[in-house]
Design a protein around this ligand. Sequence first.
Ligand SMILES: [Zn+2]
Length: 315
Amino acid sequence: MPFLTEPEPQRGVPLFVLPGIRRVVARNPSVMTYQGTNTYLIEVNGALAVIDPGPKDMQHVREVLEAAGSTPIRHIVLTHTHSDHWGAAAALAQATGAPIAGYKISEKPGFSADIPLDHGGTVAGLKALHTPGHAADHLCFEHFLPDGTKILFSGDHVMSWSSSIVSPPDGDMLHYYRSLELLLARDDVFYLGGHGPLLAEPRILVRELLEHRQFRERTILAELEQQDWVVAALSAKLYDKTDPFLKAAAQRNVLAHMLKLKAEGFVEEHEPDTTPHPDTLIISPPPGVQDESGGEFATMRADALRRFGMVAMPA
Ligand SMILES: [Zn+2]
């Protein structure tokens, strides 16, 4: 895959990206977030819209406010409500008085956007595209540069540095395919994603992402034609990952493919395995991290033992 890399960006300062657009990279680098979450400041008519306030980190909030300087932040806009994008929203809203815009149905319990957006809705000159797949409430935003160049804030749906995790039930592989096809039919010149550097000629990558998933799906079907598979075991066979987070992410992707094939009637689910696969034992909260989302890690361990097989053909 033609992914991009970049050296560690300067922290705590606004980085010029494109005319009228600055980027502040949050201090949350990891194998899942690359150099950190991108917070974008977009200047339109003497005011700023902030896309993705970033993780819950007061230092990052201060740095975003400093990056804005004397230009008022009038809108806070969310691509989706995963913590590394949404966490700072409340603090930034409190500091600026700006309303928060996001998809009309939030996946974050207890949170709803001040400005609920639907597919095609606009806020601060940005046009929302509903692009579920990575997250059910994911939006991309179309924007025009001063010279008329059409660009897309692509969130975590399409990123220059890596493919996206599709983790059920918030993530949905069937929706992800459709949301990639939606972008393929467009003619955006650049993508600015939730992590990683600017992506030029974005449709080349979008097409490869889609083809890669289709290839993966054919591989999974070929394996299922031989025998039933438990998610953790098939994931270990198909993905060459050693990092525990990447192993877990690979399992989420395999599960998402299984559920897509099940929804399409190719695959059925059988009784789960009762003996833990070695790879399921690594799925636990890292030290110092609480399982804040109510048993998410326990669900992941159970999901890794779910077993799938081809739908039996009538004799
Ligand atoms: Zn993210």
